[in-house]
Design a protein around this ligand. Structure first.
Ligand SMILES: [Zn+2]
Ligand SMILES: [Zn+2]
Length: 164
C-alpha cells in the first residue's frame, strides 16, 4: 500500500498536477506578518498578499484611536490566523451593523467588520509587528480631518467614503 501511495504521488508530480497544487497553496498561505495588541494577550498571523493600507479620518475612527486617523487593511477573514487571545476580543457598536473589535484587557483596536460585508474585516495595521514595506494608498473622510494634522503624501483623498 505504501509503495502504491508513493508511486501515485510521483505519477501526479510528473504530470505537473501536484506541483501546481502545491504552489497555489503556498501562495494562498504565505505569511506576510504577525501582529499583537498592546498587552500582548492577542497575537495573530496574517497570510496572503499584502493588502492596501487605507487611512480613515472619520470622527468615529478618531475617537476609537485617540488620534487623527486610523489605518486599516481590508482582508478576507481566513487570511487572519489567531495565535493567542481570541477570548480577549470584545466588540463595540458605534453605528448599527458595524462592530469595532478591541482587546478587552488593554483596549488596542484590532479590526472592524460590517454585517453587510460578511467574511471581510478591516485590520488595524498599527498592531502589525515589524516592517511591512507598505505605505498609505488613500485617505477617506478627509472632510472631518483633524485641523492639527497635515496630510503630506500625494495619495487620493476622498471627502467621504472611499468609492468602491
Ligand atoms: Zn491586549
Ligand atoms: Zn473611519
Amino acid at each position: 500500500m505504501v509503495v502504491h501511495a508513493v508511486h501515485n504521488t510521483r505519477f501526479i508530480h510528473k504530470r505537473g498536477r501536484m506541483v501546481t497544487h502545491l504552489n497555489q497553496d503556498a501562495a494562498a498561505q504565505a505569511e506576510i506578518g504577525q501582529g499583537s495588541c498592546l498587552c500582548g494577550g492577542i497575537r495573530y498571523r496574517l497570510h496572503g498578499a499584502l493588502p492596501d493600507f487605507e487611512a480613515c479620518h472619520c470622527r468615529h475612527c478618531q475617537k476609537a484611536q485617540g488620534g487623527p486617523f486610523v489605518v486599516v487593511a481590508a482582508i478576507e477573514e481566513p487570511a487572519l490566523q489567531w495565535l493567542a487571545g481570541e477570548d480577549l476580543l470584545t466588540a463595540y457598536r458605534a453605528s448599527p451593523g458595524k462592530e469595532r473589535v478591541f482587546c478587552r484587557r488593554c483596549g488596542s483596536p484590532i479590526f472592524s467588520r460590517r454585517e453587510d460585508a460578511p467574511g471581510r474585516i478591516r485590520l488595524r495595521v498599527g498592531t502589525l509587528d515589524g516592517a511591512t514595506g507598505a505605505s498609505i494608498a488613500s485617505h477617506a473622510h478627509v472632510a472631518s480631518k483633524a485641523d492639527w494634522f497635515a496630510i503630506d503624501d500625494d495619495r487620493p483623498q476622498h471627502a467621504g467614503s472611499r468609492p468602491s
